[in-house]
Design a binder for this molecule. Structure first.
Ligand SMILES: C[S@@+](CC[C@H](N)C(=O)[O-])C[C@H]1O[C@@H](n2cnc3c(N)ncnc32)[C@H](O)[C@@H]1O
Length: 408
């Protein structure tokens, strides 16, 4: 039985009823709750947190808004068919019965990403191939020609999701991953993923009501994400309006423009009074950072220093510090343990009790050399690296705590 997804209606301010439907926002490990908060704040209904995903309901305006403004989503998917299949042939038959001509034109291009689990469909590539065959066979029968596959830049990106015998087909409304914000003009050696950077800021409680400092800022991803939040700049403001949904048959240009205008009008509405500082030892990396800041026109909002972190005091007053030091994976540091020890010493010596310090690392050995007990240790993933996001509360007793830990 094919269920073509339909949910309900919402009534807009103007009194017009709009169809609502289910959506799935994809994200990273430990960012599900912050993403759910973002979605609720923009009016999503029936928000349910899953594993690296959040399900929610809303109308097409919400789909546009979520793509344009969510800082911690990698993609917004729209499920459109759901059914059970126990064999390859059943999968083919059910896919064939979907009215694909209502979804896309025969001249459109598409691709299918697939994930399968369970004992029936053990090869996700083969399940995607069967699905593709059913789609093109239906078009060929009805139109005498078929849509083409394009894995680089397709008009439609479909997700095929199979768990045991349960099949869900979803449309990826984002197109390219939403971490591609469009502001990277220059990259350092190991830039952090933009969605992860925004998520770490949210996990660290960045409320735009203090200063922000990244003592090892590299090309400035943390600084830019922090400054974008402080200026209420939509997450995809610099992306150049490239989203998958814009190539859909049902794309409504008027609604999209109105959502974008609503969000762009909020820019600068926060009255942020703090300072945002970045520091890095590598002059060439700071040049890349400057390029990115100039591109985003945030260069007047961020102050940069060149030097080693232990020589640079943070801004005066309440300051959130979030940093991404070398892990020794992509960046070689001669003695990483000594460097992490120096970091801990700097936290204690230079960062007073006005500072709230967070650090992400995948080096669990070097981490121990910080010499402070973290008050939180959140598992996160940076690319393929298993990482921890550590919180250090710096206070008078920190030094004592170090000796206690050393003694254990
Ligand atoms: C993992 S990268 C940071 C990447 C950054 N988050 C980004 O998105 O581009 C670590 C950075 O630490 C810097 N670094 C290494 N040793 C340093 C030191 N002693 N003081 C300041 N920065 C240092 C490196 O130059 C590098 O840019």
């Amino acid at each position: 039985m094919i269920i073509q997804k339909k949910h309900g209606k919402v009534v807009s301010d103007s009194g017009t009823a709009r169809e609502t439907f289910k959506m799935v926002a994809k994200t990273m490990v430990s960012l599900e709750e912050v993403l759910a908060d973002e979605l609720r704040a923009m009016g999503a209904q029936n928000v349910e947190v899953g594993t690296r995903a959040v399900e929610f309901e809303g109308d097409m305006r919400l789909l546009y808004r979520a793509n344009y403004t969510c800082r911690t989503a990698l993609a917004i998917l729209k499920p459109f068919a759901e059914f059970d299949a126990d064999t390859d042939q059943e999968l083919y038959d059910q896919v064939y019965r979907i009215r694909w001509e209502k979804i896309m034109d025969v001249d459109a291009t598409f691709m299918i990403d697939s994930t399968t689990s369970g004992e029936i469909f053990t090869h996700s590539y083969y399940a995607a191939l069967k699905t593709k065959d059913a789609i093109v066979d239906r078009f060929r029968r009805n139109f005498g020609k078929r849509p083409s596959i394009d894995t680089e830049n397709p008009d439609y990106k479909f997700n095929l999701h199979i768990r045991d015998n349960h099949v869900t087909l979803l449309m990826n409304s984002s197109g390219d991953s939403l971490h591609k914000r469009g502001y990277r003009q220059g990259v350092g050696v190991a830039p952090i993923n933009e969605v992860l950077a925004a998520g770490l800021l949210k996990l660290a409680g960045w409320q735009c009501d203090s200063n922000f400092y990244d003592p090892m800022c590299g090309s400035g991803t943390m600084l830019i994400e922090a400054a974008m939040m402080a200026n209420s700049i939509p997450a995809q403001y610099y992306r150049g309006g490239r989203f998958g949904f814009m190539r859909w048959k049902e794309f409504n240009l008027g609604e999209w423009k109105s959502v974008k205008q609503e969000e762009d009008r909020k820019i600068g509405s926060l009255d942020f009074e703090g300072e945002i500082w970045g520091n890095d030892i590598d002059e060439r990396v700071i040049e890349q950072c400057e390029k990115n800041l100039e591109f985003t026109k945030l260069h007047k909002d961020v102050m940069l220093h060149i030097g080693s972190f232990e020589d640079q005091e943070p801004p005066e007053g309440k300051t959130l510090i979030v940093t991404n030091p070398p892990y020794g994976e992509r960046i070689k540091v001669e003695d990483l343990n000594a460097m992490y020890e120096k970091l801990g010493d700097t936290f204690k010596r230079l960062y007073g009790e006005n500072c709230d310090v967070w650090l992400i690392t995948s080096d669990f050995e070097a981490m121990k050399h910080i010499g402070l007990r973290p008050s939180a240790k959140i598992p996160v993933q940076n690319g393929s690296l298993d990482c921890r996001f550590l919180h250090f509360e710096v206070y008078e007793g920190s030094r004592k705590a170090k000796y206690q830990q050393d003694a254990e």
